[in-house]
Each structure stands twice: as structure tokens, then as C-alpha cells.
Ligand binder design. Sequence first.
Ligand code: HEM
Length: 159
Amino acid sequence: MTIELTARAAHVAGIRERAQAEMERLGVNAAFIDLLVETFYGRIRAHEHLGPVFEHRLAGRWPDHLAKMKSFWSSVAFKTGTYGGKPVQAHLGVEGVYEGLFAEWLTLFRATLDDIAPSEEAAQWFMATAERIARSLVLAMFYNPALDDPANRRLTLTQ
Ligand code: HEM
């Protein structure tokens, strides 16, 4: 048991070390994560479509949200395990979100990275990660298995 726990701790430490070395290679550090979150959500607030959706939910709670997002991105980038939230549940409760808004979110994220990322590789890493998470959020929020049912598809085709 103790040996298993020690082996697991060593495994986790190895993952963390590799993630940190990779981020260092890309030029990503904690100061960049802070800058990314501050800049991106500053632009979100000024965005015609994204701004009102975030504001409606986060009015008076922005500092908490920014702190949570910094913890989230640090956790994902450096594999620190410090973020313990539930993104799917958090988004299910956001009013006024539609599928196309995720494309706008990603476009704004890309533009922000183009302006401030320390390297193109860093921009690509953040973008690929955000796209993967956005895809899983979209599936959780909007996917309707009934639309994949061949019986239903036939129904729609013959209508
Ligand atoms: C149209 C796209 C999106 C909208 C409108 C949106 C909106 C929001 C809002 C309003 C919150 C705060 C929920 C609350 O505290 O009550 C939130 C939380 C969060 N969002 Fe998004 N979001 C979007 C896309 C994304 C994407 C693509 C990611 C990941 C790359 C993401 C990651 C998160 C995380 C980690 C939280 C914190 C969840 C928690 O632990 O409470 N969001 N989002």
C-alpha cells in the first residue's frame, strides 16, 4: 500500500515536472496566465455579444471569476491540480448562451493570444486546449442524442 502510494506520488510529480518544463519552453509562466485572464476577460466584457451574457451572471462577482479562471488555467498548464471546480455544471446555469457564441469566444481568445502570447507555440497550446474544452462544453450543453437517432432522421427527411 505504502509502496503503491509512493509510486503514485512519484508518477504525479513526474507529470507535473514535465508539464512545467514544457510551459517554460513555450515561455508560459504564472505572470502570463494572470495577464491572459485579465486581458481576455477585459475584452469579453467589452464584446457586443459575449459581454452581456457574462455580465448578467457575474455582476458583482468578477474578482472571484478572474481568480477562478487563473486557478483553472494554471491547473491545466502546470498540472498543479489546484482547480477543483465543475465547468459543465457552471455553464449549464448561464442564461442566454447559444452554440454560436462559443465560436465567438474562441475567436476572441485567439485574437488575445495573437496579441500577448509569449510564442506562437504557446498560442497554439492554449488554443488547442480551449477548443477541446469548448467542444466538450458544447456537447454537454446542446447535444441532443435524439437527433442522431436514424428513426428520427428518417422522420425529418420524409416530412
Ligand atoms: C460562449 C462561451 C462561454 C460563456 C458564455 C461562458 C460563460 C461563463 C460564465 C458566465 C461563468 C461563471 C459561472 C458562475 O460562476 O456562475 C463561466 C465559468 C467558467 N468558464 Fe466559461 N463560458 C464560455 C466558454 C468557456 C470555455 C471555452 C472555457 C474553457 C476553455 C470556459 C471555462 C470556464 C471555467 C473553468 C469556469 C469556472 C467554472 C467553475 O468552477 O465555477 N468557459 N463561464
